[in-house]
Design a protein. Structure first.
Length: 215
C-alpha cells in the first residue's frame, strides 16, 4: 500500500509556526467566549417546564413504630394476684375478645398517647395492708396475626401504680395528676371491655372507687 506524504512545508516546524500556535492557543478561548456571549444576547430563551417533586413517605421511629400495623382484634385475659410482691407468674384466664375494629384501634391509639411512667410520683410505693394486683393481658391482632402484646397493671391499694406496657416501648402511666386524662382513659377501658369501674378494678367498696375517682 502506497502512503502519501504531506509536503515538507506542512510538517516543518519554524519559528513563525511556533509563534502562530502560541497566539491561537491564547486567543481561541477568548474568541469562543465572546462569540457565545453574543449569541446568548440574541437568543430568546424559553423557560423550562416546571417539574413536580415526588414526595416519598419517610419512616418515623419508635414507640410509634408499633402503629405501623393497626390491629383489628383484641383478646384480653385477666389475672388477679393477692400477693403481687412475691408472685411473678400469674395464671391468666380469658376475659374478653373484641372484634370491633373501631373500638380496638381507638383503645390502641389511646394507649400510645399516654405519657411515660414518671419517677418520683407523689404516693408512689405507699400501699395499704393488703394490696392486690389486677393484670390484663392484651393481644392485638391484624388479620388473625399477632402484631402487638401488652399488659395493664392495676395495683389496687397502692398510690400511682396503674400502668400500661406495650412490648418494645416504654411503660406508660394513666393514674396521673391530670385527673381528666385518668378518668377519660379508664372510661375508655370500661366501655371497650364492657365492664363497670367496680368490675375493672375487682373492687366492690364504693368509698374506694369514689376516692380513686373511678368513673
Amino acid at each position: 500500500m502506497v502512503t502519501k506524504k504531506l509536503p515538507e512545508w506542512a510538517t516543518t516546524v519554524t519559528p513563525l509556526s511556533k509563534v502562530l500556535a502560541m497566539v491561537l492557543f491564547i486567543l481561541l478561548p477568548f474568541i469562543g467566549f465572546y462569540l457565545g456571549f453574543q449569541a446568548g444576547l440574541h437568543h430568546s430563551s424559553t423557560p423550562l417546564p416546571a417539574t413536580k417533586l415526588i414526595a416519598f413517605p419517610t419512616a418515623t421511629s419508635s414507640p410509634t413504630s408499633v402503629i405501623s400495623e393497626m390491629p383489628d382484634e383484641l383478646k384480653v385475659s385477666r389475672a388477679i394476684s393477692q400477693n403481687p410482691f412475691q408472685e411473678h407468674n400469674y395464671p391468666l384466664s380469658s376475659f374478653k375478645t373484641i372484634n370491633n375494629q373501631a373500638i380496638v384501634q381507638k383503645l390502641y391509639r389511646a394507649i400510645l398517647a399516654l405519657p411515660p411512667y414518671p419517677t418520683g410520683v407523689a404516693g408512689e410505693g405507699h400501699c395499704v395492708a393488703h394490696p392486690f394486683l389486677v393484670r390484663y393481658d392484651l393481644s392485638f391482632f391484624k388479620n388473625g396475626k399477632l402484631v402487638q402484646h401488652g399488659t395493664i397493671n392495676l395495683l389496687v391499694g397502692c398510690g400511682a401504680a396503674e400502668t400500661v406496657s406495650l412490648d418494645g416501648t416504654y411503660r406508660r402511666e394513666f393514674y396521673s395528676l391530670d385527673k381528666d386524662t385518668y378518668r377519660s382513659f379508664v372510661s375508655l377501658l370500661e366501655s371497650s371491655f364492657g365492664v363497670t369501674g367496680s368490675q375493672l378494678y375487682n373492687v366492690t367498696d364504693p368509698n374506694w372507687l369514689r376516692m380513686r375517682q373511678v368513673p
